[in-house]
Structures are given as structure tokens and as C-alpha cells.
Design a protein around this ligand. Structure first.
Ligand code: C5P
Length: 316
């Protein structure tokens, strides 16, 4: 035996699902709640940097990573978010088998762009398709929210306002295409550490800065800029409360931000909890020029556009 059933199954055609990374074009963080999370208000945009997940039938659960990003430090055991996503769906749908996952990574790891969340969202959609569990979008959303604050948005894609932990979503009207240039950092930043640094910062400066908003909201100007599809307008109102703590933990990002703005970006912002810096360009040509200029300044850069669709089946 040995080469029998298992080999046949591993060469079975895979279900291929693609899910996007994201940029938070606006992020206001409220107070720390008893559950360890912060109430927030954010405007997400899904961008054309995708995770490609290939799911094949198997008796147990496994994951391996391929693609241009060094994934050697990622856990591939039961603590991996994609495996947790598959197990959660199996439990919810009372499915007895497993899945073999192959994830082609394009979104930087621990970069503040929701790569791990995209893996989890794509895995939910892929396993739902592979196993024929037929869950509704609402049911998948509920499972996604149990896996992480950004996972529901990776399912939904497009442009959306997130409240609560960031998992309560409502689609936002957006027109046209925004052009981004992303400056990648050498290391990653831990999301909980960046939030904890924000809390420390607020305690240190309790006398000088306004207290965290009770009920944070996305500024109306942000929604107007997205609706108008106007990068100049959006550049004026990009905002991220996690930028200051991310800069505190990774001071070299200040130089990156400055370089991008000097080289012609309309504006730059730390993406999510960082350390990726996202620069908004006026149009595609300006984005290309900025990419060349930043590469010449020895930054590692990628170009992406948004908004794009959420997790969906490409083949299978
Ligand atoms: O949900 P996710 O696993 O992405 O969150 C990682 C960590 O980020 C949380 O454990 C929490 O420390 C922090 N976080 C937060 N408030 C949010 C989202 C995340 O404090 N709204």
C-alpha cells in the first residue's frame, strides 16, 4: 500500500480561492475594552495584493506556504490561522474530514496589511466549496469574526467601514481606482504590541491629549473622498491612530514616510498596525514614478490598486 488513496487525493484538482490584503485609510481607536480589544472605527480598502489558497481533500489538516515572501518563520501547526479557520468550519458544518492547504503568499507577514486574515478568509471559502458545506455569507462572516478582527473584511473586500473590533462591516460607496505604493519594512510589528503602546502613550500623556473617543466614527470627509474617487481629497484625510505607536516602536518609519512625500506621494500612512507604509499616488503614472524613485532610495516597494473584490473562488 502506501502510494494508494492518499496520493490520488493529493493530486486531486484543488479549489483555488484568492483573498486580498487591505489598507486602513482611516483608523480611529477608542478605549480598551474588558475583552482586551479596542473599540474602533476604520475605513478599509481591499487592494490588489492577494493570497492564493489551494485546498485539496485530505484526512487531516495541514498547511504549507509558497510564493515570493519568506514564510519560513510561520507556524504550520494547529496554531496557524488558516488551519484554525478550516477546523472551525469543519466543526460548524459537522464535517469529519480534513484539508491540505497550500498558500501562495504575496501580502507581507506581520506588515499591517491583513495577510494572515486573508489566508483565514480564503480558507473558509475554499473549504466551504471543497466540502460542499454550503454556508451562507452571514454564517461565514460569523466564523470569520471568531478568527480575527480583520477576517470578515477579507471575505467582503471592496471598501467598507468597520466598527466594533473592526468586524462589524458596512459597505462604503467608492468610485474609481486608487493607486498605492507600499514600502515594506525588514521586520514585522506585533499588532497587540502596537495597541499596547497606544495605551501606554495615552496614559503617559493623559493631561495633554484628548481621551480616547467613547464611540469612534469615521470622518465624513473620508467617506466623501472615497465616494468621489478623488485621491487628492483622500490624501488630505488619511488618518491612523496606530501610526504614532508604530513609529515609537519602529522609529525608522518616520524616514520612510518623509522619503515618500518628498518623492511625490500625495500622502503616506502606516498601514494598520504597521510597519508597511502605504503611499497614495495621484494616478497610475505617478505611482510608477514613485515606485522607481523609492526603489532608488533603497526601499522595498510594491504597487497595488484598490478597491478589489473579497475572497472568492477562482477555480475548482
Ligand atoms: O483580532 P486579531 O487577532 O487581529 O487581533 C490581534 C490583537 O490586536 C488583539 O489580541 C488585540 O490585542 C489587538 N486588537 C485590539 N483592538 C481591535 C483589534 C485588535 O486591541 N479592535
Amino acid at each position: 500500500m502506501g502510494t494508494g488513496a492518499n496520493d490520488d487525493r493529493s493530486s486531486a484538482p484543488a479549489v483555488h480561492v484568492r483573498a486580498p490584503g487591505k489598507i486602513n485609510v482611516f483608523m480611529k481607536v477608542g478605549a480598551l475594552q474588558d475583552d482586551g480589544y479596542h473599540d474602533l472605527a476604520t475605513a478599509y480598502q481591499a487592494i490588489s495584493l492577494y493570497e492564493d489558497v489551494y485546498a485539496r481533500p485530505a484526512d487531516d489538516f495541514s498547511v504549507r506556504f509558497t510564493g515570493p515572501i519568506d514564510s519560513s518563520a510561520l507556524a504550520v501547526d494547529g496554531s496557524n490561522l488558516a488551519i484554525r479557520a478550516a477546523r472551525l468550519l469543519a466543526r460548524a458544518a459537522d464535517y469529519r474530514g480534513g484539508v491540505s492547504l497550500e498558500i501562495e503568499k504575496h501580502v507581507p507577514i506581520a506588515g499591517g496589511m491583513g495577510g494572515g486574515s486573508a489566508d483565514a478568509a480564503a480558507t473558509l471559502v475554499a473549504c466551504d466549496h471543497l466540502w460542499g458545506t454550503g454556508l451562507s455569507r452571514d454564517e461565514l462572516h460569523e466564523l470569520a469574526a471568531q478568527l480575527g478582527a480583520d477576517v470578515p473584511f477579507a471575505l467582503m473586500g471592496g471598501t467598507a467601514v468597520g466598527t466594533g473590533r473592526g468586524d462589524r462591516l458596512s459597505p462604503a460607496l467608492a468610485q474609481g481606482t486608487f493607486h498605492w505604493v507600499l514600502a515594506l519594512a525588514d521586520g514585522g510589528l506585533s499588532t497587540p504590541e502596537v495597541y499596547a503602546e497606544l495605551d501606554r502613550h495615552r496614559e503617559r500623556h493623559v493631561r495633554d491629549i484628548a481621551p480616547a473617543a467613547e464611540q469612534p466614527m469615521v470622518d465624513i470627509e473620508v467617506l466623501q473622498a472615497l465616494r468621489a474617487g478623488d485621491p487628492h481629497q483622500l490624501a488630505e484625510v488619511l488618518h491612523n491612530d496606530l501610526q504614532a505607536p508604530a513609529l515609537h516602536l519602529a522609529p525608522e518609519l518616520a524616514k520612510t514616510l518623509e522619503t515618500g512625500e518628498v518623492q511625490g506621494a500625495l500622502a503616506g500612512i502606516v498601514s494598520g498596525s504597521g510597519p508597511t507604509v502605504a503611499f497614495l499616488a495621484a494616478n497610475q503614472d505617478a505611482a510608477l514614478e514613485l515606485q522607481v524613485a523609492l526603489s532608488a532610495s533603497r526601499l522595498t516597494v510594491l504597487r497595488a490598486t484598490g478597491p478589489v473584490h473579497g475572497a472568492r473562488v477562482v477555480a475548482g
